[in-house]
Ligand binder design. Structure first.
Ligand SMILES: *Cc1c(COP(=O)(O)O)cnc(C)c1O
Length: 453
């Protein structure tokens, strides 16, 4: 039995898979917050190149991966599929556990799969600069890496508190030649307004989004990029699931359970969408599970409603499971999982009963993450730890029932820049947060009134 299934460069997928072609019911439209009508491609044109907007609404099943994008992917792709046999032994489970290892990309996660594609389509459209926001810095560093390779300027608004507390991601961005500045900044009207009111503000992702969007909307040579949630991001991430499917075939197995952690939903979608197709089209019997923190329980406790993508209420309205754009997440260490909404594609599949969701507290996720590290070696990100915990539970359930199910999970990234959170865990200083019902009710009261499509 081989430990790793490694594909040849020539086996790198030539096309991304678009689930929109196979949905039993089409996605609800995206709504313009002013007119309350479905938005048109032209509404989005100030922010994104038309090629990406067309991917957003495309009903084509397969979309070509441009050769220059495949060329950059080859720096780290195809990524390995690994049999976690040592961890199986440690857990004493009859289950077979596989993980798709996305932590060996230069920025250390799955995020460059879309960053490289977005940088390429912007470059092709003649765009000179891309702006974006970043919280803990994973997305900012992925986009910086991609823009550097494809020779586009990159400007990252990083939430002030992370900018000060997490200098290493910022230094990665600088190493790849990007400009990273703390948000709020004096570069935009939104930033200046907030600084005037509150000069010592720690900033927030909502403010950083407003700054990045404002600059892109104002400048002819500049567009904006988003690292998760949107359909074209889910599309680009399918490169990893398509590889995984081929690798499972080579291993001679097919998953009974597919698991991923979900913040905006992109790494989970990337892995599971090609398998969701098998479930929809071929009637395959697979459990597909998205895992989120109990402190930010979007899919497990949110409402399926139209909401803004940002806290500043500037984006189009997306139909999604949401905790309300006014939701203020507890300071858990899985920074990438603290988003109030979820990708519309994920929410639609959840609503249709094709996928499921589970929530866990952060301490048991760290327990599982450390169990995995001691058996398999890799120290995974606190976000990824949520997928590890769900995998461990499924494997321990198999131990009880004696079933040898095949479990596949996405190892979305390494945790090398998150060791301060491991310190807190070892010091027993990590808190588990349950979002109180009254707070949730309050945040949900701020949802915009839209006739549900
Ligand atoms: C950003 C990130 C996530 C969460 O984002 P998704 O869009 O839900 O995938 C998960 N894992 C890692 C390692 C990340 O960097």
């Amino acid at each position: 039995m081989s430990k790793k299934i490694i594909l040849d460069e020539n086996d790198l997928p030539k096309q991304w898979y678009n689930i929109q072609a196979d949905l039993p019911k089409p996605l609800p439209p995206v709504i313009h917050p002013g007119t309350k009508q479905p938005i048109t491609p032209d509404d989005l044109a100030p922010l994104f190149p038309m090629s990406l907007i067309m991917q957003e609404v495309s009903q084509e099943r397969w979309i070509d991966i441009p050769e220059p994008v495949r060329d950059v992917y080859k720096i780290w792709r195809p990524s390995p599929l690994v049999r976690a046999d040592r961890w199986e032994k440690a857990l004493d489970t009859p289950a077979k556990i596989y993980y798709k290892w996305e932590g060996q990309s230069p920025p250390g996660s799955h995020k460059p799969n879309t960053a490289v594609a977005q940088a390429f389509f912007n470059k092709e459209a003649g765009v000179k600069r891309i702006t974006t926001e970043t919280g803990a810095g994973q997305w900012g560093s992925a986009l910086s890496f991609a823009c550097n390779i494809l020779d586009i300027e990159c400007k990252v608004y990083m939430v002030r508190v992370s900018y000060d507390q997490k200098p290493y991601r910022r230094l990665m961005m600088q190493t790849w030649g990007a400009q990273c500045l703390p948000s709020p900044s004096t570069e935009t009207e939104a930033g200046r307004r907030i600084l005037e009111e509150n000069p010592d503000t720690p900033g927030s992702l909502g403010i950083a989004i407003s700054e990045a969007v404002e600059e892109a909307a104002k400048r002819e040579d500049t567009k904006y990029a988003l690292g998760s949630v949107l359909n074209h991001v889910m599309l680009h991430q399918t490169v990893l699931g398509l590889e995984a499917k081929k690798q499972m075939e080579i291993a001679g197995d097919y998953p009974d359970i597919v698991i991923g952690c979900a913040g905006g939903g992109s790494n989970f979608a990337g892995l599971m969408l090609p398998f969701a197709r098998d479930k929809i089209v071929d009637g395959k019997n697979i459990d597909i599970i998205g895992v989120e923190p109990t402190a930010c329980p979007t899919m497990t406790r949110g409402l399926y409603r139209y909401d803004f993508g940002d806290t500043a209420c500037t984006t189009p309205l997306l139909k999604m499971f949401t905790l309300g754009h006014a939701f203020i997440p507890a300071p858990i260490h899985a920074g990438g999982l603290r988003y109030h909404g979820m990708a519309p594609i994920i929410c639609h599949l959840l609503d249709l009963g094709i996928i499921k969701a589970q929530a866990y507290h952060q301490n048991p996720c760290f327990d599982a993450c450390i169990s995995f590290a001691r058996a398999e070696g890799h120290i995974l990100a606190p976000e990824t730890a949520h997928a590890v915990k769900a995998t461990m539970d499924a494997a321990l359930e198999c131990k009880k029932t004696g079933e040898s199910k095949v479990i596949l999970f996405n190892a979305s990234g390494h945790g090398h820049f998150d060791m301060a959170s491991f310190q807190k865990y070892f010091d027993k200083d990590l808190e588990d947060y349950e979002y109180p019902d009254e707070e949730l009710k309050k945040a949900l009261e701020s949802l915009p009134e839209i006739e549900s499509a």
